[in-house]
Design a protein around this ligand. Structure first.
Ligand code: 5AD
Ligand code: SF4
Length: 442
């Protein structure tokens, strides 16, 4: 008798797109009689949704699999699957190195999961790393039976055609593909009906979104945002991640026109040196980036800008790095992520000489120190102001709630009423550099 797969445990690494994929997978499997459990040992199927963007991604997966091996020893009927970007990059190699793995699926075939689950249930080992042209999410429908958090993600675009010389995304997620506007509008409406008040549109290159409309013509991201903002119970909208090359005038203008579009933009620059940007194949200059930010600030002076940075890219000199510090002083980021360059096999930069680790570590520390100062200052500037906060969830203590400002700052509030899902006016009373603390204004 084969053991029916009824309980699933998913562990997710990496970006918000992986988080969205994992949620959508567990969500859609509810209708196939499979429910999520909180511990791997309680499940019939363990899925590891992996990330390949930096560091020793594949090694991490193998050591995680080592831990699952013990669980499988105690309960040999548990099936194990590796999905996501490491699965795409490694494929069959994972099956070869880790006997305990029953399936390896790349990010573009999740819609085949119900069928693949049946096959592994019957004892087959399955590897599927196709790049299909189908919209996987159309098949992985949101279950109607889940109550949603007030802030949710919606993937609108996937993949990348930019080929930055350090990045694996074009190889793991494939070419840029945009989802149909009609399907997205329907999904956005369903999410709002089930309690969502803030949507973040996701894409590796979200502002490259472009898709044909059934009624004719092409819709870009600005057009899609306008359409989604007509859903009246949707109160806030954001989008992430944008590429500086695709910041169209229409999109920039929208920050001054569309009230629901929040004043926050994640626009990675990666480096402040034109020489390095060129070697990274970013396709824009520092000046062009600054011009985009200047335009945004003319239209929406309070807009919070965030970025990603890579330090220690091959060939980066002290002079190049100091230009990265300069761009931080110029833009004054409200928030930023910074990373040491990590060579990725298969990318053009992989062949170039890697800088010594000590240099990378030191530069990262210097950059993070500066970014932290700016981030704290941005937060401190909000103290004594009144902000509209969307309350997302309970905090650690009773009567404590966690929400976000329009600028994405986490805000901790105490209230006797249940305020989850509401947007309330809050006076910000203090900041600890990471979170803000506030009191509801009556
Ligand atoms: N090394 C370090 N950081 C990287 N990123 C992407 N590829 C690499 C790499 N090889 C960073 C970039 C990107 C973010 C998602 O991850 O800053 O914007
Ligand atoms: Fe990677 Fe560059 Fe594409 Fe971003 S734009 S996903 S960094 S290749």
């Amino acid at each position: 008798m084969v053991k029916k797969i009824e309980k699933i445990f998913v562990k997710t690494y990496g970006c918000q797109m992986n988080v969205f994929d994992s949620d959508r997978i567990t969500d859609s499997l509810i209708d196939f009689g499979i429910r999520k459990v909180k511990e791997p040992q309680w499940s019939d199927l363990i899925l590891l949704n992996t990330c390949h963007i930096r560091e020793k991604a594949a090694e991490k997966v193998y050591s995680e699999l080592g831990r699952f091996k013990k669980i499988k020893r105690e309960n040999p009927e548990i099936k194990i699957g590796v999905i996501g970007c490491v699965a795409q990059a490694e494929g069959q190699e994972i099956m070869r190195r880790a006997e305990i793995v029953d399936m390896v699926l790349g990010p573009q075939v999740y819609h085949r999961l119900p069928e693949i689950i049946k096959r592994i249930q019957d004892g087959e080992r399955v590897v599927d790393t196709d790049f299909t042209l189908e919209d996987k999410f159309e098949k992985l429908e949101h279950s109607k039976h889940v109550k949603r958090q007030p802030a949710a993600f919606l993937t609108v675009q996937e993949g990348c055609d930019k080929f930055c010389s350090f990045c694996v995304v074009p190889y793991t997620r494939g070419a840029e593909a945009s989802r149909s506007p009609e399907v997205l509008f329907k999904e956005a409406k369903e999410l709002v009906t089930s309690g969502v008040r803030e949507l973040t549109l996701l894409g590796q290159n979200v502002n490259a979104y472009q898709a044909p409309r059934k009624s004719g013509g092409l819709l870009d991201l600005a057009g899609l945002i306008k359409e989604i903002c007509t859903i009246s119970d949707l109160k806030r909208l954001r989008f992430i991640t944008s590429h500086p090359r695709d910041m169209t005038i229409d999109l920039i203008k929208l920050f001054g026109e569309e009230e629901k579009l929040m004043p926050y933009l994640h626009l990675p620059i990666q480096s402040g040196s034109d020489r390095i940007l060129k070697r990274m194949n970013r396709g824009h200059t520092v000046r062009a980036y600054i011009e985009t930010i200047d335009r945004l600030r003319e239209i929406r002076s309070d807009i919070a800008i965030s970025s990603d940075f890579i330090v220690g890219f091959p060939g980066e000199t002290e002079e190049d790095f100091s230009l990265t510090l300069d761009i931080c002083d110029k833009i004054r980021y409200a928030q930023a992520y910074s990373f040491k360059y990590s060579p990725r096999a298969g990318t053009p930069a992989y062949e170039r000489a890697d800088l010594p680790e000590e240099i990378k570590v030191k530069r990262l520390m210097r950059l993070q120190e500066k970014l932290q100062i700016h981030q704290s200052q941005f937060q401190t500037n909000l103290v004594e102001t009144v902000q509209e906060i969307l309350i997302e969830k309970h905090g650690k203590f009773s009567n404590q709630y966690l929400g976000r400002s329009p600028y994405m700052n986490p805000v901790v509030i105490t209230s006797r009423e249940d305020i989850i899902g509401k947007i309330i006016k809050v006076r910000i009373v203090s900041s600890n550099g990471l979170s803000l603390f506030g009191e509801p204004v009556t």
